[in-house]
Design a protein around this ligand. Structure first.
Ligand code: HEC
Length: 114
């Protein structure tokens, strides 16, 4: 009887592990598009042309004036100004998530919006 139980555990365990990893939302590389939609689109627009934030991320001028490093820095620190403020994301987003947002969304705006 005890042996049967052991056999059940050995067979069932891999099945349970597969089920868990399949449903975990944080598995795999970060999805920059989903993160942008969740954290940024309310102010920058899903198309990057700006809603609350009056900047157009699709413009070639804006794209060439900002390096990835500068963008990452702004996102981490936010912007504190009376008429235009953006929350800091350094405790909300990890570095690789910020990089994914830049690569998957912000740089794509530049390629699409000519
Ligand atoms: C609460 C509104 C708000 C949210 C949310 C927001 N931003 Fe901003 N963001 C702004 C405003 C306002 C500015 C300044 C626009 C201006 O210069 O007129 C700005 C500016 C920027 C700039 C340009 C900085 C520069 O030096 O020109 C970048 C890059 C940026 N945001 C990225 C992001 C990203 C990425 C997210 C999501 C992680 C995000 N923002 C979320 C309001 C927001």
């Amino acid at each position: 009887m005890a042996n049967r139980y052991a056999a059940f555990v050995v067979l069932a365990l891999p099945v349970l592990l597969v089920a868990c990893s399949g449903s975990s939302p944080s598995a795999g590389p970060p999805d920059g598009a989903a993160l942008f939609k969740k954290h940024c689109a309310s102010c920058h627009g899903l198309d990057g042309k700006g809603l609350v934030a009056k900047i157009d991320m699709t413009s070639p001028q804006w794209q060439s004036a900002h390096t990835d490093e500068q963008i990452a820095c702004t996102v981490k620190q936010g912007i504190q100004a009376k008429d235009k403020s953006m929350p800091p994301f350094k405790t909300v987003l990890k570095d690789d998530e910020i990089q994914a947002i830049i690569k998957d969304m912000i740089r794509k705006f530049g390629k699409e919006g000519k």
